[in-house]
Design a protein around this ligand. Sequence first.
Ligand code: ADP
Ligand code: MG
Length: 206
Amino acid sequence: MSKQTLSFQAEVAQLLHLVTHSLYSNPDIFLRELVSNASDACDKLRFEGLNNAALFEDAPNLDVRVGFDTEARTITITDNGIGMSAQEAIDHLGTIAKSGTKDFMSHLSGDQKQDAQLIGQFGVGFYSGFIVADKITVESRRAGLPAVEGVRWVSGGTGDFEVETIERAARGTSVTLHLREDAGDYLDRWKLKSIIGKYSDHISLP
Ligand code: ADP
Ligand code: MG
């Protein structure tokens, strides 16, 4: 699949506008959401792997890695879980399926301050990355698919996203956050460690 630009579902665009325009009371939660997605992806592989051990390929040990690059101003969350096909990336990162998020959307009042508080209560999953990032790049390959069927998904968090097929040897997903100007304090080992310790300590994966 060559590069194509697709539009977010209207509800996603609305949610993104809110995420990026409302003052967020607790920006740290982006990491909790992305680590929890990485962990879910590993759980899904474990589950599907019960009936199809080949999905583990040559890497049976599941883990989640959080890295950062001070020069590029990026944070990357990588898992070797189930991954996404190109179609799954389009469907799962371009629409809201999650009932919690739908519930959240139904409570929106249009009042910035009130709505910003709601975000804190509900959490907004993957899209919370845009609290700290002005661009997110996702690279993934679904377990069991060949390396040439990897996918790259890129969005600036406004109306649309780009998606294209890439070659990716590694199974699973990397989410790279290109940090906003004012989010540079996350490029710090101890800050990241302390947020992970605070919100993701219950996750049993290394
Ligand atoms: P939720 O986790 O509640 O389903 P999210 O907004 O956090 O909602 O994520 C949306 C969807 O995107 C997930 O349900 C999943 O299908 C897909 N997704 C997100 N991150 C990953 C990942 N690291 N690996 C595989 N799929 C992912
Ligand atoms: Mg999630």
